[in-house]
Design a protein around this ligand. Structure first.
Ligand code: NAP
Ligand code: F7E
Length: 352
């Protein structure tokens, strides 16, 4: 039985990856940060009630307290588990928040990755442990090429992206210098019904569901013209696994090859919630109006603009398709928006 360690197992991707690896008969360990509230909502179904049962049931996950800003903790966890595969998904992952918490983001997202790589080296696990690093399309930032490939130069536009740039290169460096099997997955935006509620897609699907049910008056957004290559998180965790099964440690772009604006996402989400929007005005004065009633449901607020924006992301997933036999279009854009809205229509009804 292979052992996998997922840092950030209770995050969006961590929860799907844990399910995927359990299905593949891995023994799955995951790090959880101590918190004053329960943060295991996404993985509750993968936890056992009693510890004893947990250790006996291979279909459940094993949690360890872990924080990537604590190198002693990181090293001890890796020493105790001796994993065959580490998926480093833990990060302060919100781009806008990284402008407010740049030092913490650098520590967790940048140096945190170094702590894992160095622990594997110090512990002499170079031959045993393969490492997946959660790199990001944010590295391309002010894009120098469309679409973006593994060879497109980076131009990061946020403290988050700069921290992830260090993580990308330190991963590559440990591969070249110490022959670790360490690979970067350069993942473009991927969403789901488990997406954090302050990322734009989930913010929109939740608001569309609430507005449709008379529970919210208006949705305020920032840059409606921003373009993203949006895929489904459940499809993307499969590719993470494929990256670590490849014969060589290499870096891969993981994307759908299709890009849409925030405005397009919004229009479609409201349509699936039963509201047809039309757009009027430009810039800060643009509004999303209900065609039927003339009510304004979407407005633009300066609050959600960033000091520097990434205007357009579009990935070329050819390498992952060719070498990993991964299908980038398992869940098309329309299907993704529909499944998120369907989930949130039920969810807001339940919690209102
Ligand atoms: P997420 O839902 O925000 O999950 C992040 C996870 O990291 C959570 O479990 C979080 O724990 C944990 N974490 C945060 N700071 C930590 C620290 N200092 N030590 C240990 N754990 C910490 O993010 P996601 O969407 O699943 O993304 C997974 C990874 O892929 C992240 O590294 C992200 O930057 C990267 N990525 C995401 C996308 C995307 O579109 N989703 C695209 C490219 C790359 P708490 O619950 O305690 O906060
Ligand atoms: O923003 C615009 C915003 O916060 C998407 C992370 O998973 O993907 C994610 O980063 C776009 C941006 O994701 C609002 O300005 C407009 O242009 O959903 P987001 P992100 O910044 O692309 C990458 C690949 C990661 O690696 C990250 O970890 O939408 N936008 N209005 C808004 N964004 C938010 N959050 N809220 C708004 O009201």
């Amino acid at each position: 039985m292979k052992k996998a360690l997922i840092t950030g197992i209770n995050g969006q991707d961590g929860s799907y990856l844990a399910e995927f690896l359990l299905e593949k008969d891995y023994k799955v360990y995951g790090t959880l940060r101590r918190s004053s509230v329960n943060t295991t909502e996404r993985i509750r179904h993968l936890l056992d009630e009693s510890n004893l049962e947990k250790h006996q049931n291979p279909k459940k996950i094993h949690l360890v307290y872990g924080d990537l800003t604590d190198s002693l903790n990181v090293t001890r966890i890796i020493k105790e588990i001796e994993p065959d595969e580490i998926y480093n998904l833990a990060a302060q992952s919100h781009v806008a928040v990284s402008f407010d918490e740049p030092e913490y983001t650098a520590n967790a997202d940048g140096v945190g990755t170094l702590r894992i790589l160095e622990a594997v080296r110090i512990l002499g696990l170079e031959e045993k442990t393969r490492i997946y690093q959660a790199s990001t399309s944010e590295l391309y930032g002010k894009v120098e090429e469309i679409p973006q490939t593994e060879n497109t130069p980076f131009h990061p536009r946020s403290p988050y992206a700069v921290a992830k740039m260090y993580a990308f290169w330190i991963t590559k460096h440990y591969r070249e210098a110490y022959h670790l099997f360490a690979s970067n997955g350069i993942l473009f935006n991927h969403e789901s019904e488990r997406r954090g509620e302050t990322f734009v897609t989930r913010k929109i699907t939740l608001a569309a569901a609430r507005i449709a049910q008379g529970l919210q008056d208006k949705l305020y957004l920032g840059n409606l013209s921003s373009k993203r290559d949006w895929g489904y998180a459940k499809d993307y965790v499969e590719c993470m696994w494929r990256i670590l099964q490849h014969q060589e440690a290499e870096d891969f772009v993981v994307a759908t090859g299709e890009t849409k604006t925030v405005r397009e996402f919004c229009t479609l989400a409201f349509r699936y919630a039963g509201i047809e929007l039309e757009w009027d005005g430009t810039g800060i004065d643009e509004k999303g109006i209900d065609k039927k009633t003339g009510r304004v449901f979407v407005e633009v607020s300066r609050e959600f603009f960033r000091p520097a924006e990434v205007d357009l992301l579009l990935g070329n997933p050819e390498k992952a398709k060719r070498e990993l036999h991964w299908d980038p279009r398992q869940t098309a854009f329309e299907a993704l928006v529909q499944l998120m809205v369907k989930h949130d229509m039920e969810y807001v009804k339940r919690i209102k």
